[in-house]
Design a protein around this ligand. Structure first.
Ligand SMILES: NC(=O)c1ccc[n+]([C@@H]2O[C@H](COP(=O)([O-])OP(=O)(O)OC[C@H]3O[C@@H](n4cnc5c(N)ncnc54)[C@H](O)[C@@H]3O)[C@@H](O)[C@H]2O)c1
Ligand SMILES: O=C(O)[C@H](O)COP(=O)(O)O
Length: 410
């Protein structure tokens, strides 16, 4: 069995926001014992305190990993986002601090797509208000403003993992599909691209948003876009709360221009269950409001737990950064025997030469070397053979100008 420099029972793992048990089990299976689980997200001040001494941090979409949190993280090796979105992490700062961030880009996409299909049917049949009326003892049988989805046009904004799955499901149910994406995308089935968002808004009966949170998508859907939607159409947002100007949407619904909406994500979401949810959409007719549960199914959470845990463990045990969203990707074989060092440095000329000098001056034979760089950060993994004075090598590597962090792995 490989002897790791830092014994696994010394590596502290902290999971926030109810990360699924599958992640905990995967860590335990791999020999990690110091695992703390919290159900809640922590705010910046709480996290600054809690992160001291933590080596591996697991979060979901609610915990903000700010520059201040990263500055306080005195032992942090890596972060796992047990979700798709990574906009909650200050990725650039983490990268420059030599902290790879991993996520699960696929595991909950089907859950979101299924929810949206269900919502389209519910909205087109005005089920939210009919159900509410029945619960209140009213009997309001009417076909007014109730429609089949067959033959209607679904407009997808963002044709990535979720958008494309929706495309296939919606077509199977008889919808026409149009999409708008800033990247050129392969159209599945009979789906047709739109050249602009405006074009899409002019033809879609239901618009569903599936873009990431970026500076470009911030408030990309405001009063102008609501107005450009077809009269009597519907808006669905299960992407990020920053994408839609919620006041403009409320106005569009109150005026009757839109016949309904299903919103899962909000500009301001309660930090924990139990905190009041405040939104101008509350109480509006034919509006489905859900508490950011697009990806919250048992299947998705279990798969995400496993997927992200595997990536974190691979990095911690082996140095592999495959799947990192903010870091150069290095895929590494697990070596039986030998010694492995990781050196993360500023990408300036001469660092690699100095790294190699450390090994040659110590008369150590380098059996393999893996290097990847981005314009600012370089990551080199060095496998050496023979008897090694790890402490001396580590110290010399640390002294090289431009070194961000060094690890002796095993
Ligand atoms: N509600 C939830 O619980 C939940 C669950 C999973 C994902 N999400 C959100 O959904 C988003 C989409 O997920 P995905 O897996 O489909 O991501 P993805 O990266 O596979 O696809 C996003 C697509 O949006 C496109 N895009 C980016 N900026 C755009 C713009 N300005 N205009 C048009 N298109 C643009 C990209 O080119 C890409 O094709 C995630 O980033 C995440 O924030 C929410
Ligand atoms: O980014 C995501 O995958 C979704 O927003 C889901 O996030 P959650 O795990 O916090 O529900």
């Amino acid at each position: 069995m490989t002897r790791h420099s830092l014994a696994k029972d010394k590596i502290r793992v902290l999971f926030l926001e109810g990360v699924h048990q599958s992640a905990v089990e995967e860590f335990r299976r791999n020999g990690y014992t110091q695992i703390e689980q919290l159900k809640v997200a922590l705010d910046e001040a709480e996290l600054i305190e809690k992160i001291q001494g933590v080596h591996i941090l697991g979060i979901r979409s609610r915990t903000r990993i700010t520059d201040k949190v990263l500055a306080a993280a005195n032992r942090l090796l890596t972060i796992g986002c047990f979700c798709i979105g990574t906009n909650q992490v200050s990725l650039n700062t983490a990268r420059k601090a030599g902290i790879p961030v991993f996520n699960a880009p696929y595991s909950n996409t089907r859950s979101v797509a299924e929810l949206v299909i269900g919502e389209i049917i519910m909205l087109l049949r005005r089920i939210p208000e009919k159900s509410r009326a029945c619960h209140d003892g009213a009997w309001d049988k009417s076909a007014t403003n109730s429609f089949e989805l067959r033959g209607k046009t679904l407009g997808l904004v963002g044709y990535g993992h979720i958008g494309t799955q929706l495309s296939v499901l919606a077509e199977a149910m008889g919808m026409k599909v149009r999409f708008f994406d800033i990247e050129k995308k392969l159209a599945l089935g009979n789906a047709q691209p739109c050249a602009t968002l405006e074009e899409l808004l002019g033809v879609a009966d239901v618009v569903s948003l599936h873009v990431p949170s970026t500076p470009q998508t911030k408030n990309m859907f405001g009063a102008e876009q609501v107005k450009a939607m077809k009269p009597g159409s519907y808006l669905i947002n299960a992407s990020r709360g920053s994408v839609v100007d919620i006041d403009a949407l409320a106005q569009g619904l109150k005026s009757g221009h839109l016949l309904g909406a299903a919103i899962d994500v909000f500009p301001k979401e309660p930090a924990s269950n139990g905190e009041e949810f405040v939104s101008p959409l509350r109480g509006l007719e034919n509006v489905i409001l859900t508490p950011h549960i697009g990806g919250s199914t048992q299947e998705a959470q279990e798969n995400i737990g496993l997927e992200v845990a595997e990536k974190l463990i691979k990095y911690s045990d082996n140095g592999s950064t495959v799947g990192a969203v903010n870091f150069v990707e290095v895929s590494l074989p697990v070596k039986a025997g030998g010694t492995r060092f990781l050196h993360i440095h500023s990408n300036v000329p001469g660092v690699l030469r100095k790294v190699n000098e450390v090994f040659s001056q110590s008369e150590l034979n380098i059996s393999a070397q893996y290097l990847q760089t981005d314009p600012e950060v370089g990551f080199v993994v060095v496998d050496v053979e023979g008897a090694v004075d790890e402490t001396a090598v580590l110290q010399q590597l640390q002294e090289i100008d431009g070194t961000i962090r060094v690890r002796f792995l095993y």
